[in-house]
Design a protein around this ligand. Structure first.
Ligand code: PLP
Length: 398
């Protein structure tokens, strides 16, 4: 009998939606014009980009001119942070140190960018998080000064699903900006949030927002940066004048069309999927805790502070990597942390920042569900997991 294959790694990437692929197909072969060309071939693809931009702008509640298509969320994070810092440096007196505040649980696309800017002379404050993975707004209040240039905090965490208090942060920044000439800008990485949470930039009160197509059933290789009109930002790639002079290079037309359609789909399906997935995830989490002694969940206790689709466990006496590989042999795809760090075999910086010991962080498993997850898949996982854990505990003599 053919073994089941179960995908529980939607936080790493999502399958491409069939409708999205259908919309993309003509732009691989028949509609191949360069969007910058003046002729009809060019104009028809340029119109397709405009249409995708409209859809994204509509989803974010902003103007199309505030949307920049990039090659990934990593690039969008870099463009927001480095692009702002570059623009401010050009504007400011030379020799002035720029100040960035971020959190210790950010994705590496933000953390490594901040570390690099630190090496280049910026001052970076890394806010701690509590055991629930959330920043404390008082910590931010204590660190923000009239001289702070940027606050970059993720909307929802990719490893354990904590949702940060974005509106409260925005209010605090607005308060601090009220009487000052010097403005503090606010960037959020909303990659993991887009499927589930309100991403209206006006409601959230943000200046920059990052999205990735491949986390929302769109293609890989397309990111979005929302940059509020009038916000200082400078291109990181020089060349042509594409994307309002902010991202040189011929556009990934099929990918952008796919992003537009993926955004449309989540807009239509959001609530329906959220309820179904949250129910399945809660069942899975509760049953694991009951069936497996020595197991615990990492992340916020309160369901309002957690993504509906991600759950992160620690299992006493288990090596997370061995567990992922054993589950893979059973046809179940999971992860130990973020997909990008899971091959590094270093304990997750996110779990360590939450105060887990080295051992606890090494014993973690991330299960992330998505719109194609079924109850049968959850039941199969619950049937297989206890045996796998038992076997691994016996091997390690615990
Ligand atoms: N930010 C977050 C929160 C993520 O989860 C990811 C991907 O794991 C990224 C950024 C990077 O996305 P991309 O693969 O589009 O560069």
């Amino acid at each position: 009998m053919k073994q089941q294959r179960i995908y529980f790694d939607y936080a790493a990437t999502t399958p491409l939606d069939a409708e999205v692929l259908k919309k993309m197909m003509p732009y691989f072969k028949d509609k191949y014009g360069n969007p910058s060309s003046l002729h009809k071939f060019g104009r028809e693809v340029s119109a397709a980009i405009d249409e995708a931009r409209e859809k994204v702008a509509n989803f974010l509640g902003c103007k199309p001119v505030e949307i920049i298509f990039t090659g990934s969320a990593t690039e969008s994070d870099n463009l927001a942070i480095r692009g702002l810092i570059k623009a401010l440096k050009r504007k400011k007196r030379t020799g002035q140190t720029l100040h960035i505040i971020t959190s210790s649980v950010e994705h590496k696309a933000v953390l490594e960018t901040c570390k690099d800017l630190e090496k280049q002379g910026s001052r970076v404050t890394y806010l701690p998080v509590g055991p629930d993975g959330l920043i404390n707004i008082d910590d931010l209040e204590a660190e923000i000064t009239p001289e702070t240039d940027l606050v970059s905090i993720m909307y929802a965490n990719n490893e354990m699903g904590a949702i940060q208090p974005i509106k409260k942060i925005a209010k605090l920044i607005a308060k601090s900006n009220k009487f000052e000439e010097h403005l503090t800008y606010f960037h959020i990485d909303a990659v993991q949030a887009a499927n589930w949470l309100d991403c209206n930039v006006k409601e959230l009160g943000v200046d920059f927002l990052t999205l990735s197509a491949h986390k929302i059933y769109g293609p890989k290789g397309v990111g979005i940066l929302y940059a509020k009109e009038g916000t200082p930002i400078y291109s990181l790639i020089t060349g042509g004048d594409q994307e309002w002079n902010l991202r040189a290079g011929t556009e990934n037309v099929a990918g952008i069309v796919g992003m537009g359609e993926a955004i449309n789909q989540i807009k239509n399906e959001k609530l329906k999927i959220k309820n179904k997935i949250e129910e399945l995830k809660d069942k899975l989490a509760a049953d694991v805790l009951i069936r497996i002694p020595g197991s615990k969940i990492n992340g916020p206790d309160n369901s309002e502070d957690r993504l509906p689709n991600v759950v992160n466990f620690s299992f006493e006496g288990i090596e997370g990597e061995a567990l992922v590989l054993s589950l893979d042999q059973e046809g179940i795809a999971t992860s130990t942390g973020s997909a990008c760090t899971s091959q590094a075999l270093t304990p997750s910086h996110v779990l360590m920042a939450m105060g887990l010991s080295d051992l606890e962080a090494h014993s973690s498993l991330r299960v992330s569900l998505g719109k194609y997850t079924t109850e049968q898949e959850v039941n199969y996982f619950l049937k297989i997991l206890p045996g796998v854990i038992d076997r691994l505990r016996k091997i390690s003599g615990r």
